[in-house]
Design a protein. Structure first.
Length: 79
């Protein structure tokens, strides 16, 4: 996983102008405590013919909103 603002930004160096990342969740789960959850899904960048899958970990905030605490993914074959 890539960590840190600079490293994440550098990972997008050379990303083509106009390319669009599309993603959709496939499943979600919330811990019995109600304060931690995850989503898994599929993503693609159509203009690059790139497909991936992802996992996002979410934590419920004191104001009851959800914010991600970790997000990662890896390549997958085209459907």
């Amino acid at each position: 996983m890539t960590e840190g603002r600079e490293a994440i930004g550098a990972a997008f160096d050379g990303f083509p102008a106009g390319a669009v990342l599309e993603w959709r969740p496939v499943a979600a789960q919330i811990a019995p405590s109600g304060d931690l959850g995850c989503t898994v899904g599929e993503a693609r960048i159509a203009s690059l013919n790139h497909y991936s899958k992802y996992l996002t970990i979410w934590r419920r905030q004191p104001d009851r909103t959800w914010k991600f605490v970790a997000d990662g993914g890896n390549a997958r074959p085209a459907p």
